[in-house]
Every structure is written in C-alpha cells, then in structure tokens.
Write a protein that binds this ligand. Structure first.
Ligand SMILES: Cc1cc2nc3c(=O)[nH]c(=O)nc-3n(C[C@H](O)[C@H](O)[C@H](O)COP(=O)(O)OP(=O)(O)OC[C@H]3O[C@@H](n4cnc5c(N)ncnc54)[C@H](O)[C@@H]3O)c2cc1C
Length: 462
C-alpha cells in the first residue's frame, strides 16, 4: 500500500497568506479604534417633532375591563389639538357621533365643535368619559347632549336620532364610529358569541344608525363611516373585526353609488376648447358636444396652463415627468417605504406589490415616455436587492404639474369671477389635493377659506 503523502504547501504562498492575515488584522484593529472613536451614542429619547411634547415609551402595561374607560388610561390620550384653528366649516350644523365619549369619537366631537357644530355624543355606558367630552365640546362654545345605549339595538338608534333632532334642532352629519374589538390568538379561538358581538356592534350598529338617520339628512348632509386598514389587508389576530371593517368599506362605496342613482351626475368628457366671451367662459367644447359654463374650476394637471392662458392667465407650468416600476410579485417584503438617498429613489410596499419611483424629466407634456429612465431605477433596485423577482414588472410615466417656484396655483382667475384654478402641485399633488379641494369649495361657495390664498394667485406671474 502506498503511503499517503502530505500535500505540500508552496513555502512562498504560506508566507504570503500569513502576511495577508496579519495585514487584515492590522486593518481590523485600526477600524475597531475608529469605531470606538466615532461610536454613535443611542439617543436616550425618541425625536420629539411635534408642537408639544408627546408621551414616550415604555408605556406602562395596562389591561382594562370592557367597555374600557379612557379616564383610567395612563398616559391620558391627547385630544385637544390646541394648535388647530377652526374656520366655521360646520357652522350651524349638528353632528351625531357614535362612540363619541372617548378615543377617535371624542377627538372628532371636539374638532367638529371647533368648526361650529353642536354635538350629540352617543356611547354605551362610559358616563364619566362622556362627561369629559361634553365639557370639551361646551368649552368650544357649542352645545352637547349625551345619548347612552347599545348602538346595535335599533330602538337605541331611533331614540338617539330623535333626541338629537328634538334637542339640537336638526341632523347634518352622522359619524358611525362605535365599534367592538377584542383580539384572538388564533382563528380557532374565536367563539360564536365573540363573533356575534363584533358583527352586531360594528355592522348592525352602523346599518341601523344610518337607516334611522337617513330621513333627517337633507342636501349637504354627510355620513362618515370609520373604516380601518385591517378592512383592506385583514388581520391575523382580529379576523372578525377586520371582516366588519371590510364590510364598512363596501357599504360606504355602495351608499356613494346610490348618489348617482338618485340623480347625482358624474360626466367624463375630454375638454377640447373653451369659448370665452367678454364676461368670461361661456361654453366648454368637449369630445361629446358642448356644455354651458356656470362656474369653471381648471384642474387639468400638467395641461392646466393651456386653459388658463385662454382665460387670460398664462403661467409657466411645466410637466415634470417621473417614472415608476412596479414589481407585482417581488418575492421579498418591505415593511415600510424606504428612501435611498444615494440613488435618489423611493421603494414603497403597496397592495399591488413593490413600487419604485423617481426621476425628473423635462421633455414636454406630450412627448412619448423614455423608459430608459425607468430602467435606471430598476438597475438601482437590482443592485440593492439582488434577490428581487422581476418576472412580473410594469413601467409607468406620469406628469407632475410643476411651477418654477414650487407653489401651486390656487384661487380665483385674475379676469373672471366664475373661474378658479387648482393645479401646479408638483411632487405633492396627492397630499395637497384634499386641502386644495376644500379651499376651492369654500371659494366657490362664497366662504372664506382657511388660509390666505393670495400667495398662490396666478397673478404672481403677470
Ligand atoms: C413618479 C411620480 C411620483 C409621485 N409621487 C407622489 C407622492 O408620493 N406624493 C404626492 O403627493 N404626489 C406624488 N406625485 C405627484 C402627483 O401625482 C401630482 O402632483 C398629482 O397627480 C397632480 O394632481 P392634479 O389633479 O393636479 O393633476 P393630475 O393627477 O394630472 O390630474 C389632471 C386630470 O385632468 C385631466 N385632463 C387634462 N386635460 C384634460 C382635458 N383637456 N379634458 C379633460 N380632462 C383633462 C387628466 O386626464 C387628469 O385626470 C408623483 C408624481 C409622479 C409622476
């Protein structure tokens, strides 16, 4: 039998390896010294970015018996919003808020009162909490009544609405907020009784309250239903609650559909031209005929300047084009949106998958998309997450309506009293859309908007 020979190491290589190891260790020691020098001290407290101090963890553990009393919570929830100034958006109105004694319901009651509404506070039996809400509403200078009872009982709903109308004179806004929620470790632990209580409170309560309130709601009235993200995504520990919230979303959309059936009109037209007379715009020329103009709001995104110029307000609006890539089945998860400053793009987890967005391109509003720009985003993504699946990917280009001073154009046209502008929100049109809508609604209705719109006037470019 042949003796096994020891593998021979080339002596030069062995010495070379020792040298490399020794250099690596020297570098490691040097970095360890640098690490120690620049060691980041963990902040003792979370960043306080609000206008007043907010409670900091750790919060004391607590386990309240149902139905739970807000006054027993430590720390006490904040609901006063001392820096929010009302602007009479609900002047002379009356709101009925279910679950109005505490939590979201209490905060809504107080801020509705600050907007000028009298409040009926409906709640189960937490009388002490409801008294706090009543005093808070009254300190806003408004009236409040307390209407206790189980919202899943039709008679209780009928009584609450009747007392609201009798004592406060009318009903303009119903806020369906009351809900029951208790988690379960697993679906198998959800009992029939538990399920029944959740559905009766969250769905029957909302259905019955809406039904008895409806005959009292007239033009301009509103029903506000409290949904939840669990109604969109489900929840492992709240299967019954998530199911009722999904039901509330669908119920709300169904009520909106009835608006159209009852004579509300939603028209989809492409506006080709505006015929303008000496006293203002007279007719819209559309792809489906002409339409007379009463009041005109120009909010045509990156095309808005085509119309504002016709109406006597030429403005330097530019389409700042941006790109998305959406990975429908990325085979990876991100819990939060992430910004990568070195590549200047965002990755956002969405219902339809992972979306990356970025790029600013100035190529005119009508030019064809240049998807090489989307490919740059995708290349960065691949570099950061090499394991991402790109099997199911779509690309998109959008036009941000951008102004040179990064301020939107909001307000009345300079020449005509029946024309309003609402465009130019650039990178933040999704966030800015709702407040702008509110401002325009106020202006069209002849009310003072909550802010001074003068700095946003189209006249700043004349
Ligand atoms: C890649 C990208 C990422 C973005 N990310 C964000 C973000 O994270 N957050 C955020 O707040 N904003 C974001 N934005 C910006 C936001 O999308 C815009 O600011 C917003 O869409 C502008 O709203 P708008 O209603 O003014 O215009 P648009 O959304 O463009 O709406 C204008 C509407 O007018 C219609 N219209 C135009 N011409 C006519 C015509 N002749 N007749 C009839 N209708 C017409 C159009 O069809 C369109 O429906 C992003 C934009 C892009 C491109």
């Amino acid at each position: 039998m042949a003796a096994r020979r020891k593998p021979r190491k080339p002596p030069a290589t062995a010495a070379g390896v020792r040298r490399v190891v020794s250099r690596q260790r020297a570098v490691q020691r040097q970095v360890a010294r640098a690490d120690a020098k620049h060691a980041r001290k963990e902040p003792k407290h979370p960043v306080q970015a609000g206008a007043r101090p907010y409670p900091e963890p750790p919060m004391p553990q607590q386990h309240e018996r149902k139905p739970g009393a807000e006054r027993d919570l430590d720390p006490q929830p904040m609901f006063e919003a001392p820096f929010y100034a009302g602007s009479a958006k609900l002047a002379g109105k009356v709101a009925l808020i279910t679950g109005g004694d505490s939590g979201i319901g209490r905060a809504v009651a107080v801020l509705f009162a600050r907007e000028g509404a009298d409040i009926a506070i409906q709640y189960l039996c937490e009388h002490a909490d409801a008294e706090v809400t009543r005093r808070a509403v009254e300190s806003e200078g408004r009236r409040a009544i307390l209407v206790p009872g189980d919202v899943s009982d039709r008679e209780v709903c009928r009584h609450a609405v009747a007392r609201t109308v009798d004592e406060l004179g009318r009903l303009d806004v119903l806020v369906n907020n009351a809900a029951f929620q208790v988690h379960v470790p697993r679906f198998e632990d959800l009992t029939e009784e538990h399920f029944d209580l959740t559905v009766k409170t969250n769905l029957y309560g909302l259905f019955r309250m809406t039904q008895v309130a409806l005959p009292h709601l007239t033009e301009g009235a509103a029903i506000v239903n409290n949904g939840s993200v669990t109604g969109l995504h489900g929840s492992g520990h709240l299967p019954d609650y998530a199911m009722t919230k999904g039901g509330i979303h669908a119920f709300t959309k169904s009520l909106a559909a009835q608006f159209v059936r009852d004579g509300g009109r939603v028209l989809q037209r492409r506006v080709l031209d505006i015929e303008v007379g000496a006293d203002g715009p007279r007719t819209l020329v559309t792809d489906a005929g002409t339409m007379p103009v009463g009041t005109l709001v120009v909010c045509a995104g990156a095309h808005s300047n085509e119309f504002s110029a016709k109406l006597g307000d030429p403005v330097p609006l530019e389409a700042e084009r941006g790109y998305h890539v959406t990975y429908s089945d990325p085979r990876m998860e991100l819990p939060l949106p992430v910004f990568f400053p070195e590549y200047k793009f965002f990755v956002t987890p969405m219902e339809m998958g992972l979306r990356i967005a970025g790029q600013s391109e100035f190529a005119g509003v009508d030019a064809e998309p240049d998807y090489a720009r989307a490919d740059i985003l995708a290349k960065h993504m691949q570099r950061i997450f090499p394991g991402i699946s790109t099997a199911d990917t779509t690309k998109w280009m959008g036009r941000r309506p951008s102004m040179p001073d990064s301020m939107p154009v909001i307000g009345r046209a300079t020449k005509f009293g029946n024309v309003y502008y609402a465009f130019g929100h650039g990178h933040v049109g999704l966030c800015g859309g709702a407040p702008t809508g509110r401002i325009i609604a106020d202006l069209v209705a002849g009310r003072s908007p909550s802010i001074d719109v003068a700095p946003f006037s189209a006249a700043r470019f004349s």
